[in-house]
Design a protein. Sequence first.
Length: 722
Amino acid sequence: MGNTSSRTGEDQYNAVTGRAIGITGGGALKRVAAPKLPAGAVKSSPEDYSFIEETLNKVLVFNKMERHLQRKVVSEMYERTVSAGEILIKEGDTGLAAAELYVVKSGKFEVLQRRQGVNFRVNLKEPGDVFGELALMYNCPRTATVAATTDAAVWVLEREVLRYFLRNAAETQVSEVELFLNSVPILNPLSQEEKLQLVDAFEEKTYKRGEQIVVEGEDGDYFYIIKEGEAVVHQSTPGGQRRKVNHLFRADFFGERALLVKEPRIATVEAVTPLTVLALARGTFLSVLGPLEELLKREKSPQVIAQRLSKLGTFKKAGAPGRLPAEVLIKRRKRGRNGEVSWEVVRARGHLDEVLEMCKGGCKLEDLDLTKETPTLILTEGAILGGGAFSRVSEVTEESTGNTYAMKRMRKSAVVQCPEHVYFEQAITKNTAHPFCIRQYATFQDKYHLYFLFDLMPGGDLMDVLVAEAKVIRQRVPSAAWQVACLAPKVKMLQGMPEDLARFYIASIVLALEYLHASHTVYRDLKPENVFIDAQGYVKIGDFGFAKVLESNNRTYTFCGTPGYVAPENVLAHGYNYSVDWWGLGVLMYVLLTGRQPFSSPKTDDPMVVMRRIVDENYVIKYPPFLSPAAKDLIQKLLERKPAKRLGMLSGKAQDVKRHRWFEGMDWAALEARRAAPPRRPKDTDSAKRLKDLLENERKGQRPNKESPDEMQECESVFKDF
């Protein structure tokens, strides 16, 4: 439910007044081979590399890349000439036209934005300038028009090229570190999954020639793997001399006993060239995997592992070929030009097994004579519940039983470029069974639309509750000028919902994430708009369009989520797993308690500024004084930038989150069994304004179908098994 579309660039960072929109990488990583240059394109020349690299270092993702990788990316850029007066970028463009970044080689460009029907110049671009950075991150409409004022030339960097090299580099590094770990005898008892967990726990350190990494006799706390360079190992002799006992090269390791026990080093290791190592602290190892001695003692049963993997097997498409079809009729009110209301019936094709399960009587397939009777699911559409740029959610009633559901409708042409998200949502929600996750009952389609039937959640979403509960308060803020707090002046500030209410919602989401992660599912789009409320006041996570099953604990590299909520490892395309969900929980908790985004101060409308703050370790999140110390501590531990050190990713997984002192007194079993009474019941006024605005925007935006025959054929082909 909610929205699966690309964000449109407008300000959506104020948690109370704006509703965030999800983003996706736009399928940039579908290719497995290196992207090819467009026909006739001329690559940038080596003499241009340094200039382009210097310019691109202003760009967030490029700036974080290693030098050799930067050079590879720059070598794949190509030149494009632009005549005076020619439009290079058009405001509102999407798709391939919005998937390129440009570096100005020569000439000048003006940047225009349309305001009240008139184009206004807002910027000028000259040689050495760069524009279109947002296009490297995800697929969203262009926010301005860029036109050449003179004959000009630009170097072009395609999103697909950048994401290919980022993914390739990340996968290579993970494989390399895993290979290093496989060569360490003391780590042999670790499973592949556990070794992959350690990949993120390593820190890269550099040493100058002659610098000592470990010193004989000192207590050892770190284990090291050499990434680049050489080192020598010395030991003291009885006569007080030093003797060389080993020479270490790339992929060699030392200090591994520090992971097992804290004891004095038996030798000194010194760099003989500039040295780069991967270092793992014993404390980090303990927090991620627990005591190594316990891992060494445990017994692993291949039978148990095989059984577990069998149960957690990969999801199949819910609409796989071979399912018998059935008819679905959707009765909906239609408003004419003069305001008159009539009924129309939309015929859709669904799946027989789902129709039989939902219709009255519960008859079985083997009891039917399909030559004489064809079961039909009849749904009557009622009130609208929500929606987005390409989706609409409304209440429907099933005729034979009177049961009510939420029906999500998506336009095929709007999602045909990223069908994997649609099929992921179909498969995951069909196989999900948890009290705090949305359940899917059926899927079907007509000529233009795809439909889902979900649990009915009439209470709106957490953003509705936040808007209703948030208030402006006056509180004294101590400062250097006011040493006595009671004398400090009172300052106006926004406060979100009460902590007791937020605790109930956050705890429910923790249980949902624990269940999803145990099922090898990463959610990837946690935000208030995607947490829905039922009639009693309980919550369920919904809108699984970005969710994905991670096979064999692998990582995923697609950039998707919502600006302000995405984790650093997602922004930088380093590859990630369940860590992004715990980061998202930290952001969500901050938003619910404060009514604003943690990375929005100073206020900005630019999503790139927000994402720069997310990855910037020097950016300090500001916490309002009304937050309890326990709440602040939990948020800080969830918003740990290093995934391996983030709460939820340590050895205790979700249990570490549940044991945090902010949840003291929480009866987790009662909550999961829905025996804990919700502290707040939904009110009719919670979502009234949002739904009124949604209906008004829908009326204004009504347009006839514009898909071409080729587009319709593509939609039919892509979604034939839906």
